[in-house]
Design a binder for this molecule. Structure first.
Ligand code: ATP
Ligand code: MG
Length: 435
């Protein structure tokens, strides 16, 4: 016998109980984005490899070792499963000249792919929600994006996610800092690990981001980028902070926050929880004023962030969120050939009237069908047998009521079924206090 095939490691099936939670989250996210004027955009999942190398940076974890790249068998072009969304989004905006009539607020969600070591909160296929504001230069949009996140946590009832903030300044400021940082790190060469030594001359800023505990003392004492910021960068940084203070959003400045992608400048931020172990960053972003020009567009400032759905949902469940399994309004059981055809029509008519109807399919005894009806969680069972079919009627039976008068079965004419059904559901919901 052949072995059952398995999904690729780090790429998960989201089964119905979990997928219901995903849908609940995705629906609230859509409303939240609309409230801030963001419009959806959908990009392909595969892009030409050079897009990511150019956008994210050659010397980053993602481009160096995490991309799923392959050759197009027909023309040999190198293609890559998107490891993140910002590069694709900028590409799409430029390709379709979306900024021609002013700035744009855009968002997307969907799978991204990175060849990382799978662990809790870190997968090879993961699903961020990406939010990008292009054509905006001021600190107001940065602060608004941060405030958006705070509101979403609040809406979801998520607690204890702290905000870390930093400014990466501009290229020239980073260059001056980099020179001093290099001198400093070279002086401490013997204390660096292999990874840091490798990065020393390619991307020393990333060394500050190291998770190696043995390096913490060295990076803690290293020259801080924030001390190299010029007047304009400082004013932008202070502008963001002022708006956050006005909005009563607490934050902590983390001078070592650098982010793993090269395109960022000025504001960078991360939302972090202690509750998920090592994979505690649920949301991260910042400004990328140079990226649009770098990808061949007319220079335009931009700011964006992405949040990992897997991590947010794990936190949501951890903090006690309970997702209710959706239940139909009524479960329709039937017995006999004519009744089956009548039941089919009844179900369709009730769905047209706006009810969620679970029509029993697959036959079985009346008793076993009623068991299924009960197990479905529906408020009502609708029963169609020979008598009902002949009389063009449906029997309605309460499944969830403790009251005798409601538990009793009543017959209702097919043509005016919707109104009594609606009343009954309304009454029963009132009983549960869940209206
Ligand atoms: P990390 O430092 O955790 O690797 P990152 O800086 O690489 O994150 P981004 O590229 O900013 O992450 O991605 C945005 C968000 O997507 C992260 O804040 C995180 O919530 C989530 N995320 C990133 N990589 C993964 C992954 N492999 N699996 C699950 N979620 C992820
Ligand atoms: Mg990463």
């Amino acid at each position: 016998m052949s072995q059952t095939l398995q999904a690729i490691r780090g790429m998960n099936d989201i089964l119905p109980v979990e997928a219901d939670l995903w849908e609940e989250f995705e629906e609230s996210v859509r409303g939240w984005l609309r409230a801030y004027g963001y419009r959806p955009i959908r990009m392909p999942m595969v892009e030409p490899t050079p897009l990511f190398a150019r956008a994210i940076g050659e010397v980053t974890d993602i481009v160096e070792k995490e991309m799923y790249s392959f050759e197009d068998a027909l023309n040999g072009e190198s293609l890559t499963l998107r490891p993140e969304g910002t590069a694709s989004c900028v590409r799409a905006v430029l390709q379709h000249n979306l900024l021609y009539d002013g700035p744009k607020r855009l968002w997307y969600m969907g799978p991204m792919f990175r060849h990382e070591r799978p662990q809790k909160g870190r997968y090879r296929q993961f699903h961020p929600v990406g939010v990008e504001a292009m054509g905006f230069a001021g600190p107001d949009i940065d602060a608004e994006q941060i405030a958006m996140c705070a509101r979403l946590w609040d809406d979801m009832g998520l607690l204890r996610i702290r905000l870390e903030l930093n400014s990466l300044g501009q290229g020239a400021e980073r260059a001056r800092h980099r020179a001093d940082l290099l001198t400093y790190l070279e002086q401490h060469h013997d204390q660096l690990d292999a990874e840091a030594r490798r990065r020393l001359h390619s991307n020393p800023l990333r060394i500050l981001d190291t998770k190696n505990p043995a390096l913490q003392a060295v990076v803690e004492a290293a020259p801080k980028l924030v001390d190299y910021l010029g007047e304009d960068s400082l004013r932008h940084f202070e502008g963001v902070q002022q708006l956050l203070k006005d909005a009563a959003i607490p934050y902590r400045i983390n001078t070592r926050l650098v982010r793993g992608l090269d395109y960022y400048n000025l504001t960078v931020f991360e939302w972090v929880t202690e509750q998920l172990g090592a994979q505690g960053t649920v949301c991260a972003g910042g400004r990328y004023d140079g990226l649009i020009e770098q990808l061949g567009g007319k220079p335009a400032p931009a700011c964006g962030f992405a949040m990992g759905i897997e991590r947010l949902l794990a936190l949501w469940l951890d903090q006690g969120h309970r997702q209710e399994t959706p239940v139909p309004d009524a479960y329709l059981v039937h017995q006999g050939e004519a009744a089956a055809r009548f039941a089919f029509r009844v179900a369709e008519a009730l769905r047209s009237a706006g009810f969620a109807i679970h029509l029993h399919c697959g036959g079985g005894s009346f008793k076993s069908q009623m068991k299924k009806a009960d197990g479905s969680g529906a408020q009502l069972a609708l029963i169609v047998g020979d008598d009902e079919t002949a009389a063009n009627q449906v029997s309605v039976k309460s499944l969830r009521s403790g009251f005798d008068q409601r538990a009793e079965q009543v017959r209702v004419g097919f043509d005016d079924l919707a109104a009594p059904l609606g009343d009954r559901l309304f009454l029963m919901e009132g009983d549960n206090g869940s209206v």
